[in-house]
Design a protein around this ligand. Sequence first.
Ligand SMILES: Nc1ncnc2c1ncn2[C@@H]1O[C@H](COP(=O)(O)OP(=O)(O)OP(=O)(O)O)[C@@H](O)[C@H]1O
Ligand SMILES: [Mg+2]
Length: 319
Amino acid sequence: MSLLELANVSKEFELSGGTRVYALDDVSLSVDAGETLALIGESGSGKSTLGRLALRLIEPTRGSVRFQGTDVLSLRPPDLRRLRAKLQIIFQEPFESLNPRMRLADIIGEPLAIHRANMSPKDRQDRVAQVIEQVGLAPDMARRYPGELSGGQQQRVGIARAIVTAPSLVVLDEPTSSLDLSVRAQILQLLADLQAQLGMGYLFISHDIHTVRYVSDRIAVMYRGRVVETGPSGQVFADPQHPYTQALLAAALPVDPGEEMPPARLVGDPLSPTRLVRGCVLYGRCPVGEDRCAETEVRLTPVDDVRSVACVKPGTVVG
Ligand SMILES: Nc1ncnc2c1ncn2[C@@H]1O[C@H](COP(=O)(O)OP(=O)(O)OP(=O)(O)O)[C@@H](O)[C@H]1O
Ligand SMILES: [Mg+2]
């Protein structure tokens, strides 16, 4: 059984004035215990919306969300609180998600106060001290305030707070995007070490190909509210099947001097998020698109045992 399973999830936001934003359109994906599924895609593709839906911070317009087999959308408040102990989130801006007037011990211990209300103060203190050490902070940091820390230390606090209740799944929404490169590498290493020790599943959201390549077991490539390609990351990086994935990789990876093929490029502007289309969301920008792509219902379809692509002619090499 998967840890997290989203089936046919769509999310529409209604703006004042009645305009609809189609943030997610019929997305299905799953995350297994101990694995990292990376969600990658350009700004506005729906990554954060999907992450927030997984925790039921927002609710889908259609579709189902299951966590360890339980229907998350039907949970009542006490059960939802219990779920939140097992399903945590880490945000991009550590400082903004930490209360500046609380000491680190209280920030990190707060989820225990909520989710383990019958834990004794001494046990809570011991658990906080243990987690502070696990994330590589000095014990005396417990008395400090967030404003006294560097960006990297603040993100370590965000991680400590997320793991203190021993979650099974953590959603990481661009957890290293605001950090300097050297600090970023340390935080990614810490996340990998914690995953190896604790066996957590990660839903890792990022628009940075290099980060995703480093952290992920599988990837789901998103474009305009849909997952257009998914598979083991090694295979997707080595042999991208969807023209959007090909363009994304070509734009980010160094050009091989021996390669004669020019990098794949997308033309034109992205489809407006206020338009819902039946066909391919890349139609109009796709270098290999045909008229049928606009008319055919293009959905994620298996191309082999482990990979799926939403394209009428997957694997066409874009030049
Ligand atoms: N609360 C909201 N109200 C209206 N529209 C929203 C809301 N939240 C997200 N959207 C829209 O939904 C779409 C997906 O947004 P989302 O934040 O999920 O993208 P993202 O992939 O996380 O982008 P980024 O890389 O910039 O963080 C965008 O068009 C966005 O403007
Ligand atoms: Mg986002």
